[in-house]
Design a protein around this ligand. Structure first.
Ligand code: AHR
Length: 306
């Protein structure tokens, strides 16, 4: 583990209460709503003031949201960067203004801003590993034979980049596994449905859909059913997140495999803030453990899904 101690990072004083910013990416899916609620609940429990912004799916708005938090002189900024490149400059701006930043769930481009130097740490899932786990499961389940449609997340975001990289590395070397189409569905249900509708017409030979999140998988299921296909049976559906609706679809046999990506960041985020203020060494990466949901365990785990 690499630790971040004072490489020019702004310090945070130990206080009874803090005014903390949380710059959210968008609020168009249950994962984002669960993440926001977890942050709000924990801030409330601790008696901290939370300055919350919603970038509504715009990296440019998120940059100006961070600017406004700097102007409001918050003590620390929690940032879930929508895209890797545009938000790197915002991180550096906060640092120059003497405000430490913790990245939540998504990362910025490591060539443009560095953990332990420009921001304190990244807290979140290992997205490459998530994609790899889906790919490895699929190799086993299909014995290395599949015509795959990949529904990618938001273009330029770290989960889309990494989940694609991880999945593609896991199926590389399997000559019988082909990604016949790969297109963004922007992590959104309706976009996932629309993209799947179009791709399905062009590629009726598809027998696997790998969606970078539950929302797009649920959209793809609607498109498959509308076209008379049987999701989970003649077309396997795989996704990442593990919200309750998707876990129920695993139980129903319409989704075959889900890797969890847990959105409940609140307790860990604020504990890290306190550790940082206390001058404790904070690792530059704090990786959340992810479970998986299959036909075998989904029923037992349903109640614990977000
Ligand atoms: O960054 C995490 C991803 O972003 C989640 O998989 C997705 O649902 C969210 O919008």
């Amino acid at each position: 583990t690499v630790f971040a101690v004072a490489q020019g990072l702004p310090k945070l004083a130990q206080k009874a209460t803090y005014k903390v910013g949380f710059a959210q990416t968008e609020s168009n899916n249950p994962w984002r709503l669960a993440q926001t609620k977890s942050m709000q609940d924990e801030a409330k429990r601790l008696g901290y003031q939370l300055v919350y912004t919603d970038a509504a799916g715009s990296a440019a708005k998120q940059v100006s949201d961070v600017d406004s938090m700097i102007a409001q002189k918050v003590d620390m900024i929690f940032l879930a960067p929508r895209e890797e490149k545009p938000l790197a400059a915002a991180v550096k701006k906060a640092r120059a203004a003497g405000i430490p930043v913790i990245l939540l769930d998504r990362n910025v481009d490591q060539k443009l801003a560095k953990a332990g130097t420009d921001y304190v740490t990244f807290i979140g899932s290992d997205f490459v590993k998530e994609g790899q786990r889906v790919g490895q499961w699929l190799v086993k389940a299909t014995k290395g034979k599949a015509n795959i449609i990949q529904l990618e997340g938001t273009t330029g975001s770290s989960p889309a980049n990494d989940r694609r990289t991880g999945f593609e590395s896991a199926i590389k070397g399997q000559p019988g596994m082909k990604i016949i189409a790969s297109q963004t569905g922007d992590f959104a249900r309706d976009k996932g449905r629309q993209v799947m509708e179009t791709l399905l017409q062009a590629h009726p030979e598809v027998n696997v859909v790998y969606a970078h999140n539950d929302e797009m998988a649920i959209g793809a299921i609607a498109a498959l059913e509308a076209a008379g296909r049987k999701p989970g049976k003649d077309v396997m559906v795989l996704s990442i997140d593990g919200g309750r609706e998707a876990v129920q679809l695993v139980i129903d046999g319409k989704i075959n495999y889900v890797v969890e990506c847990n959105p409940k960041f609140g307790p860990k985020a604020f504990e890290t803030l306190k550790n940082y203020a206390a001058g404790k060494a904070v690792p530059v990466k704090i990786i959340n453990p992810d479970r998986e949901y299959t036909a075998q365990n989904a029923k037992a785990l349903l109640a614990t899904a977000y």
